[in-house]
Design a protein around this ligand. Structure first.
Ligand code: ZN
Length: 264
């Protein structure tokens, strides 16, 4: 098998694994909301209680075949489930394709899973749990301590990621809050920026903010177009866009940053 075929093979199976993880996380988040235990009880429809069979549990495929409804009672399955499954597939495939067989791939698979869970919870509850932020920080520190390359270079990059853009965004947010007389960005979003800063240098952190603002703006505009009064569930959660911005910047940011710096 050529290296390229092998890369495609691994990427494909990573996408499948990612969609299964996404499906599981969606279940965890919905059980968290309904107060059910995650560990007990088989997967079932939340409306009719029917236990789901293998055919109902295939990520993405089941949703499309059943047109987003329960096969037994016809109740609508939240689109967030499909988004979680697709998101998981994209994150896992993207990370494996970008990092190949390396320690970095393990760190980013763990980070990607935490970011997906964080996005689902923020999207559903407008909360970014501190436990997830702490897990992200610990994951980064663990890989930094155990598998760092050039210690000085990596430490400098991490400090740059944490100490330049996130404090600037904190200052900007506080100023905006004062001018607008209301909270413009949640405290959880700011904390998330600091944690994401640990994973990249300041240039990629800047790109992360840039991409997430563009995505958030596109989402807000789409809300205005498709729903007269904006998105039906009110204020937009910014956490998921930060996570998407981070993963995009880390996966595809290098050529973009190089091109931008060459303009000057
Ligand atoms: Zn049902």
């Amino acid at each position: 098998m050529s290296t390229q075929t092998l890369a495609i093979y691994f990427t494909f199976w990573s996408a499948i694994l990612g969609s299964v993880i996404g499906s599981f996380l969606c279940c965890v988040v919905s059980r968290r909301q309904s107060g059910e235990s995650v560990l007990r009880g088989r997967s079932h429809c939340e409306a009719c209680g029917h236990v789901l069979r293998v055919l109902d549990l295939m990520p993405v495929v089941s949703y499309i075949v059943c047109r987003g409804r329960c096969r037994y009672c016809g109740v609508k399955i939240p689109p967030a489930c499909l988004m979680a499954e697709l998101g998981g597939a994209v994150v896992y495939a993207g990370v494996v394709f970008r990092f190949g067989l390396s320690w970095d791939v393990l760190m980013w698979l763990a980070a990607g899973t935490l970011l997906l869970a964080l996005s689902l919870i923020d999207g559903a509850e407008r909360i970014i749990p501190d436990g997830l932020l702490l897990s992200l920080a610990v994951n980064r520190l663990l890989f930094f301590v155990l598998f760092h390359g050039s210690l000085g270079k990596e430490l400098l990059s991490m400090l740059g990621g944490v100490l330049i853009i996130p404090p600037a965004m904190l200052g900007l947010t506080l100023a905006m809050d004062k001018v607008m007389g209301k909270e413009t960005m949640g405290g959880g979003d700011i904390k998330l920026m600091f944690v994401l800063g640990m994973y990249m240098d300041w240039k990629k952190m800047f790109l992360t903010i840039f991409i997430s603002c563009l995505l958030g703006l596109a989402w807000a505009v789409a809300g205005k177009i498709f729903h007269k009064d904006g998105h039906p569930d009110g204020a937009i959660a910014f956490g998921p866009f930060l996570c998407m911005g981070c993963l995009a910047a880390v996966s595809f940011g290098d050529p973009f940053i190089e091109w931008y710096l060459n303009l000057f």
